[in-house]
Write a protein of this length. Structure first.
Length: 364
């Protein structure tokens, strides 16, 4: 398995200059990919002093659209900085990442794609397989920890690596979204009638699904979903077939990259074995291996097949556990709520009693 030379790689780092994170991100790239061309694509009002890059691209910030809580839709920001950065790429391979990722090594240059040579010509679009990060590539998602929905065509935009022509082709024809209509799609009364989720999930698609459906929808009519809830069994099957022949979905162990943000650092470094309801829908390296064997190479031997089987079993059981756990917790929540109200009543009776006594004696 031949390694790819960093001399043949352009790295597009897109996004804001995130204090403490972007500087470390760029330093890790320089250390692990010493001969790569580093392109920092950001906004024209960002302070870039002290950052280590070869090419700077600054664009007008299209701004994010507020959703709810701490959530913003950055979809047009991602597209703007990614496209602007890709215009400066002129080497054979391209690595596109967020500005808060870190690399511990250069494993991603080991040409992982060559380990999976067989592809179904009917579904092959990329010239060569493209690597995508597993967070947040998805099979399904729990929304508000209540609603289960299949999520076909949902590849992470946090990291992708492959031939430059393939990476450019993936992003080139994706249009900016019309804001705020796109972000508030399910606030529209016409769309709301059919909507199955809580009001705080209002966008038409999350960014990852929007990018993936836009690209593969150019080649497969069935991939043109109307919205995130427009899901059929046939679309789920098509999505898995397309992934099996076009990508490799990998994690920290395979590519050496992780997220610096504290809430994601441990998860991204240990995604291959971490479990939980909110992680059970992540499309991991193990899922890709399963799809590759199913759709491309029946004779492919999955490494550590026992661990892989165990991984799939735990994912399945985590989903079932969550359903039983919610049912189990309902009466307990009622009891706890009753106890909370009981102690609140007792507290205020005592408080009012003491105040009344003090008032009584003060008035004498």
């Amino acid at each position: 398995m031949a390694n790819i030379s960093s001399k043949d790689v352009s790295i597009v780092v897109q996004g804001k200059n995130i204090i403490d994170h972007t500087k470390k991100c760029l330093e890790s790239l320089r250390k692990n990919f010493p001969y790569a061309e580093i392109i920092f694509s950001t906004y024209d009002d960002e302070d870039v002093f002290g950052l280590d890059f070869d090419v700077l691209v600054q664009s007008v910030d299209p701004k994010a659209t507020y959703l709810s809580g701490k959530m913003y839709n950055n979809i047009n920001r991602i597209l703007t900085t990614t496209k602007a950065g890709l215009e400066k790429v002129n080497r054979q391979y391209c690595l596109k990442i967020r500005s808060d990722l870190m690399f511990d090594n250069d494993k991603i240059l080991s040409d992982i794609a060559s380990q999976f040579p067989l592809r179904d010509k009917q579904y092959s679009i990329f010239k060569k397989r493209v690597l995508f990060y597993c967070l947040w590539s998805r099979k399904f998602e729990y929304i508000d920890n209540k609603y289960y929905i299949q999520t076909p065509f949902h590849l992470s935009d946090w990291l992708c690596f492959g031939l430059s022509e393939d990476i450019k082709n993936f992003f080139s024809d994706i249009p900016l979204t019309d804001e705020p209509d796109y972000s508030y799609y399910f606030k529209n009364s016409e769309n709301r009638v059919q909507y199955m989720f809580e009001p705080n999930v209002t966008w038409k698609f999350p960014p990852e699904q929007y990018f993936t459906t836009c690209f593969f929808g150019r080649f497969f009519e069935q991939a043109n979903m109307k919205s995130l809830q427009d899901v059929t069994v046939e679309q789920v099957e098509l999505s898995r077939r397309i992934f099996a022949s076009n990508v490799v979905v990998c994690g920290y162990k395979e590519c050496g990259a992780y997220i610096q943000k504290h809430e994601y650092k441990f998860v991204s470094k240990n995604i291959n074995w971490l479990k939980g309801v909110w992680l059970s829908g992540v499309y991991r390296y193990a899922d890709f291996l399963s799809d590759y064997k199913k759709y491309c190479d029946k004779n492919f031997k999955i490494p550590n097949v026992y661990l892989w089987t165990l991984n799939q079993q735990i994912d399945s059981d985590a989903v079932k556990l969550s359903k039983h756990y919610k049912t189990f917790m309902q009466p307990i929540r009622v009891v706890l709520k009753w106890l909370e109200q009981f102690f609140a009543v007792v507290f205020y009776i005592i408080k009012i009693g003491f105040a009344t006594i003090k008032l009584y004696f003060s008035g004498k």
